[in-house]
Design a protein around this ligand. Structure first.
Ligand code: FAD
Length: 808
């Protein structure tokens, strides 16, 4: 039997090796258009970045090595140009000599892979525009970087190759940005998980131009102008195009083989094409999606390798079938790992498949063992428990969990069966309850009706109809919270249960979802209508944040500090293994034992600590000297402050204006509104905190509300809204106020209600003090629309962000 293999890398070389092991006598010829066979495409970006230092390490097998080991005939720089199915021959072209000749086969294997998609755009052929598929592409890019001393590059396309390339260009010290047509990069992830990658890139100064397409390239001196679809442009010295791959199926098309999804070669379960003597494997073929049972492309190395082996088995007379695929994939984004298997929410929605979601945030191993690092896992599953997809993001251990989940899907386990996976456990490796087990517990709770939950997306749609309840500690809350929520710490819930209203729906949230579940259980058993926010505040924050590339301000800060403070004298605190707010609480406790000016070095494995520590220090009058992140550990050096301090070198932008409106006098409220509208006009974020008598300005006239007699009488004695407010001086039984109003009208000064309306319309924020409302017996129904209700903490939170704060 003579087998001819076209394409000598992942699929082709796997077929060759297995064939020889099965059949010592077969005549095997493999042709490869490029210079190299069996090279590690997946390692190419990492050699560009200098992570894989030795180029030769990418050449997994050489032509001579493979020929000797397997007694085969390998011809590199040889292109298959035409298949004659009748004659069972292929025309091969020696690319060095240009000579064409005919080669016969009994069985033909096509493994030609895929090619980068190159759109037909003006200027696309510029020598500054590259793509990355093989060794020569990589060599070309490296040479270009070196000869042109590239300092600025642009990657077009935020798929996994684009992101890996951007990271590696960064590693070479190149200033890099990504342009991405979709609203997110890494389309295999849900938006909230992709946000974790957005954050990582931003943290390394990589800007992503989202929802932006490139429409052309123009040469400029020492670079290329990249024209974008909004008519703006970016300049770079080097552009890497990475906007997807297309199956290399021209040979198959010309040979009239059946072609399917997106131009890929159609094969049956045995990897046989529409010709009984021609097999095809790898990126060039279409496979079946296990979840949707429809043709898809999965241009990844696992499939090519697996198919190569099965193809050889089938050529040698076995009946081996290639199973439907999940598209399991993984990538490194700086210190993080992102991995996924099965479908994400977007694809499930598109396919009209209904699903439940659980999210678990857990450490990679026991928290008390040094170096524990958190990860977030998400599972989508159908009502009957069928697992539809999973994704994970974290620093360590995500790979193992996604692989377990892919195995579970392959084994048709139900979501709740994940509880039963008996994992290997010792503190350095895992917790006795693996994060995958936790997903199973969550699915089981959901199935038994022990937990009802809501996603951030669903919450956004009904936010105005529910009461959001933060059950985290005050320390955690000081780091941020959801707008218009109320706050009762988990430990106080039972004692403050009477403050909650059985007629309302409550959405509880904690940091990650676990304590939210505990709160849910308590509230439910007290008869309240409640749901728990999936993934807690952490995921919510990811969903609604935008990440701008970090400035080098942190570096400046460090330089300044190095000149002025001896950081070698510091107290050390190990907060590794603790989840938020653990590291903050520990920091607070440790700081309390220090003298002013002393330094504290905190090490934490919670990556959120890197940001949290700045907020915390800022709001407690301490100072962050520097932060760093290495091997999954955040190190922060803080200096105990004497009062309010600012981060040296880091400008904390305070663009807010807050006013406490205490007075209920017409002239004073009017003065407040004039200042407030003026500040709004200057682009400030303005918050008015109406408390005590000021609340009367917000009352609606003639609202009938049932209340106890005393409160009713009190209410009747107070002005109902702006029309009934009086001036503070010379009121003269109302004559002064009337005179003032008519002068205002004459002089074209807007009335108070016009000021209020335009303030709200222009984005100003009004907070009615709930404590004063309670004291004065004023209910929400009596107050105007469009305002928020909160306590002093919310006001103080706003005041923190304000450059000036007035009390009127
Ligand atoms: P290839 O490995 O591409 O081999 C096809 C070969 O066929 C090519 O060398 C081509 O020159 C040759 N050929 C084509 N037509 C002809 C012809 N007419 N005559 C002769 N020869 C021909 N996958 C992962 O799973 N994980 C990763 O981390 C990962 N990283 C990647 C990073 C990069 C930069 C790239 C480019 C790919 C990466 N992949 C990754 C994808 C993975 O490399 C491919 O899925 C896999 O190589 C496909 O194998 P294949 O045999 O189908 O095609």
């Amino acid at each position: 039997m003579k087998v001819l293999i076209i394409g000598g890398v992942a699929g082709g070389a796997s077929t060759l090796a297995r064939l020889r092991r099965l059949d010592e006598k077969a005549e095997i010829v493999m042709v490869e258009r490029g210079k190299y066979i069996s090279f590690a495409n997946c390692g190419l970006p990492y050699h560009i970045g200098g992570v894989i230092k030795n180029r030769e390490n990418l050449l997994v097998e050489t032509e001579q090595g493979l020929e000797q080991k397997f007694n085969v005939d390998i011809r590199v720089e040889t292109e298959a140009v035409k298949i004659d199915r009748e004659k069972r021959t292929v025309i091969l072209k020696n690319l060095n000599t240009g000579v064409e000749y005919e080669e016969s086969y009994d069985k033909l294997v096509l493994s030609p892979g895929s090619v980068p998609f190159i759109p037909d755009l003006p200027g696309i052929n510029s020598r500054r525009v590259h793509s990355l598929r093989n060794m020569s592409d990589m060599d070309g890019i490296i040479e270009y970087i070196n000869t042109h001393k590239v300092k600025k590059a642009l990657v077009v396309g935020g798929g996994f190759i684009g992101v890996e390339t951007a990271e590696n260009l960064f590693e070479r010290g190149i200033d890099v940005a990504i342009v991405e047509r979709a609203p997110q990069i890494l389309g295999q992830f849900d938006w909230d998980f992709a946000q974790m990658a957005h954050e990582q890139l931003a943290d390394h100064g990589i800007k992503i131009y989202m929802e932006t397409s490139v429409v052309g390239f123009e040469e400029v001196p020492n670079g290329v102008k990249v024209v974008l679809d909004d008519d703006s442009n970016l300049e770079a010295q080097l552009v890497i195009l990475s906007i997807g791959v297309i199956p290399e199926s021209k040979l198959a098309i010309d040979a009239d083989l059946e072609i399917g999804h997106k131009g890929a070669i159609v094969v049956n379960e045995n990897l046989l094409t529409s010709d009984p003597d021609i097999y095809a494997v790898g990126d060039a073929i279409q496979v079946t999606c296990k979840i949707r049972n429809k043709p898809v492309l999965v241009p990844l190395a696992w499939g090519a390798n697996r198919q190569g082996r099965l193809c050889a088995d089938n050529i040698c007379g076995m009946d081996k079938k290639f199973s439907p695929q999940l598209g399991t994939s993984i990538l490194k984004v700086f210190d993080y790992t992102g991995a996924s298997t099965g479908l994400n929410a977007w694809n499930l929605d598109k396919a009209g498949i209904k699903y439940n979601t659980v999210v678990a945030t857990r450490n990679n191993h026991a928290g008390y063992y040094p170096g524990a690092l958190p990860m977030m896992l998400k599972l989508h599953y159908a009502e009957d428990g069928t697992i539809l997809g999973a994704q994970g993001f974290g620093i360590d251990g995500v790979d193992k969990r996604i692989d377990v989940l892919a195995t579970a899907i392959k084994g048709n386990l139900k979501a709740w069966d994940l509880q039963d996976i008996e994992v290997a456990y010792a503190p350095p490796f895992n917790s006795a309850k693996d994060p995958v087990n936790i997903l199973g517990y969550m699915a089981e709770n959901r199935k038994l009706g022990m937990e009802e939950s809501i996603t951030w997306k669903e919450l956004a749609e009904i936010k105005d109809k529910v009461q959001i309840l933060d059950i985290r500690t005050s320390a955690e809350r000081s780091l941020g919270h959801i707008d218009n929520d109320i706050h009762i710490e988990l430990n106080d819930i039972r004692s403050r249960i009477n403050e909650l209203d059985k007629d309302k729906e409550y959405i509880v949230y904690c940091a990650m979802g676990h304590r939210g579940y505990i709160a849910f259980r308590i509230l439910k058993q007290y008869g309240l209508n409640v749901r728990n926010l999936i993934g807690g505040y952490k995921l919510y924050k990811y969903a609604f944040s935008s990440f701008e590339p970090k400035e080098v301000a942190a570096k400046k800060n460090k330089e300044y500090i190095e000149k002025t403070i001896d950081i070698s004298k510091r107290i050390e605190l190990d907060a590794c293994g603790l989840q938020c707010p653990g590291p903050i609480m520990k920091t607070k406790e440790a700081m309390e034992t220090l003298d002013n000016g002393q330094l504290l070095e905190v090490k934490a494995s919670d990556p959120g600590f890197k940001k949290d520590v700045y907020h915390w220090a800022d709001s407690t009058g301490n100072q962050v000297i520097e932060t760093s992140f290495e091997n999954g550990i955040v190190t922060a050096i803080l200096q105990k402050g004497t009062g309010r301090t600012k981060n040296i070198g880091l400008t904390v932008e305070k663009n807010g204006q807050t006013i406490v409106v205490f007075s209920g006098d017409l002239d004073k409220v009017l003065a407040s509104m004039i200042i407030a509208n003026g500040a709004l006009a200057m682009g400030k974020d303005v918050t008015l905190f109406f408390t005590f008598w000021g609340l009367n300005a917000l009352r609606r006239k003639g609202t009938r509300v049932k209340k106890p007699l005393l409160e009713k009488m009190f209410g009747a004695m107070m002005p109902e809204g702006v029309d009934e407010l009086k001036i503070s001086k010379m009121n003269m039984g109302g004559m002064g106020t009337a005179l003032m109003k008519s002068i205002m009208q004459e002089k074209n000064v807007d009335s108070l209600d016009t000021h209020l309306a335009s303030f709200l319309k222009n984005g100003g924020k009004i907070i009615a003090c709930t404590m004063s409302m309670d004291v004065l017996g004023i209910t929400k129904d009596e107050l105007i629309d469009g305002i928020e209700y909160a306590g002093v903490a919310s006001y103080l939170g706003e005041a923190e962000k304000a450059s000036s704060n007035l009390f009127i």
